[in-house]
Design a protein around this ligand. Sequence first.
Ligand code: GSH
Length: 209
Amino acid sequence: MTSTPTLYHCPQTRGGTTLWMNEELGAPCSVKLLDIKKAEHKASDYLAINPMGKIPTLVHDGVTTTEAAAICAYLADAFADRGLAPSTSDAKRGLYYRWMFFAPSCIEPAMLDKFSGSERQNPGSAGHGRVEDVLTSIDHALENGPYLLGDQFSAADIVFGSTLNFAMMFGAFDKKPLYTEYVDRLMARPAAKTSLEKNAAYTAELGWE
Ligand SMILES: N[C@@H](CCC(=O)N[C@@H](CS)C(=O)NCC(=O)O)C(=O)O
């Protein structure tokens, strides 16, 4: 590790997932706050590193990583001594990747389908298929808890849990006890609480309240 990673963040965005990840690691990243309400994420200097103009973004040693799941996966490996990812020689690494990437590739689009109330014309051609199959898969992921990897908490829980939490918070998915108990377990973690407190402080700093 040759330099401090910079995490571009804004409260009330998916940046909350990566802020929580940063806290689980002992806050090794320098957080750079962007005000989405002032369109700072669409300024030319930010678009130069992330042409999507979206938050979060991580810059480390001159390399830019975008996508909350990719940032969490990258940070888990960059700070491997914190034990938030199974090692590359551990077969559980497959399970870790599976649920880490299931969140943005299946849970998120299923959540959007539920929001829009629109069924896919051809679920076979959509990567996330049918919403009911995504929900069945979430049950399958959680049934051998307390975490996705059993007893081992990992960065996959941060990504998967944050996405599931959003889906319930915004009313896309029903608050089934299996889901709420899992999310409550995650949110009780000291790092999750600290990230929420920091987000509240950032919100005040931006003058949003
Ligand atoms: N695929 C991205 C999505 C990031 C994203 O959509 N961020 C939203 C906030 S939650 C954003 O920056 N929206 C501002 C915009 O698109 O103008 C990820 O997973 O990180």
